[in-house]
Design a protein around this ligand. Structure first.
Ligand SMILES: [Zn+2]
Length: 306
């Protein structure tokens, strides 16, 4: 009886061990994968902030972008002054660019990264996501630029809800098809493109499950083609996702765009506000008049029982 119990317990333990998720055991450690170097002249406090932010973001980044057992990514991030960054990348990047990533290294201009709710730490995490994605999908065809940038925005936490609203108010949301192979060089249009990429990645998760990104990465790695991975994960051609995205943006925010494009809207808005003010004044006047009446009426004094 006792031996039977022991055998059953051992069998259950073996079963549990066989079922244990292998990903957590194989998740690569941050300090074994990433080196963050600071150039001379870079503030040491800022460099520490960047290292800390990247270490904190690492588990979420790995879970999303590196669903790979038995292999570890390796890359190096160099934190630079503006002078150093410009000297190295002047010919490769638009004037407004503050970061750049290749397969195994990235560069961040920490001095110009500050501003607009963004910090050098955000840019460091953003570029690290690019490095990780490059290494997760080596030689994979058809990885859209909007996916790269949208995921980097999402995992670095650079953008918030107000950015989505301002994207809509800025003007027409770019078509995802125009953001497949590259991003605009013009600063304002590039800004719209980044936020569109973020919205598209969030839509992927909303429509195809919270694990849509790791499933896409896994399928793209296996097939060597991101379009095939999109077909597998979304159940349709990539163009169907792009069309659904455009339609959802129109549906969710179309009224806002229409309102801001239609000058009569503002006239009506002003008229409605004026009517509201007049109505409130009248109501207030009636209330004051009622108060006056009460005030003028002589107080009623009831004789108390003796
Ligand atoms: Zn980027």
């Amino acid at each position: 009886m006792r031996r039977g119990c022991t055998a059953a317990a051992l069998w259950l333990l073996a079963l549990a061990a066989a079922w244990a998720p292998p990903a957590s055991a194989a998740a690569p450690r941050f300090d074994a994968c990433v080196r963050v170097l600071a150039d001379p002249g870079v503030d040491s406090g800022v460099a520490d902030d960047c290292r800390r932010a990247l270490a904190q973001a690492w588990p979420a980044m790995v879970a999303e972008v590196w669903p790979i057992d038995g292999a570890r990514p390796r890359f190096e991030i160099r934190l630079m002054t503006t002078a150093g960054f410009r000297a190295l990348h002047r010919d490769r990047i638009a004037d407004w660019g503050v970061g750049l990533a290749a397969g195994d290294r990235a560069w961040v201009d920490v001095e110009r990264s500050l501003g607009g709710g963004r910090s050098a730490a955000h840019v460091t995490v953003h570029e690290a996501v690019h490095c990780l994605l490059h290494q997760a999908l080596p030689g994979v065809a058809g990885v859209p630029a909007w996916f790269h940038e949208g995921l980097a925005q999402d995992l670095s936490g650079e953008w918030r809800f107000r950015d989505t609203v301002s994207l809509i108010l800025d003007g027409r949301v770019p078509d995802l098809a125009s953001l497949e192979t590259g991003f605009p060089a013009d600063a304002r249009r590039a800004d719209q493109a980044y936020r569109t990429g973020l919205l598209a990645v969030q839509s992927l998760r909303a429509w195809h499950g919270h694990d849509a990104v790791p499933r896409l990465v896994t399928a793209a790695r296996r097939d060597g083609d991101f379009r095939a991975a999109m077909r597998e994960v979304t159940g349709a051609e990539p163009s169907a996702f792009r069309e659904r995205f455009a339609g959802s943006v129109r549906l969710r925010f179309g009224w806002l765009v229409a309102a801001t494009r239609w000058p009569t809207f503002f006239v009506l808005l002003a008229a409605a506000a004026a009517v509201g003010i007049v109505a409130r004044r009248r109501r207030d006047r009636r209330r004051f008049a009622a108060l006056d009446d009460h005030a003028l009426r002589p107080p009623e004094i009831e004789a108390e029982d003796q």
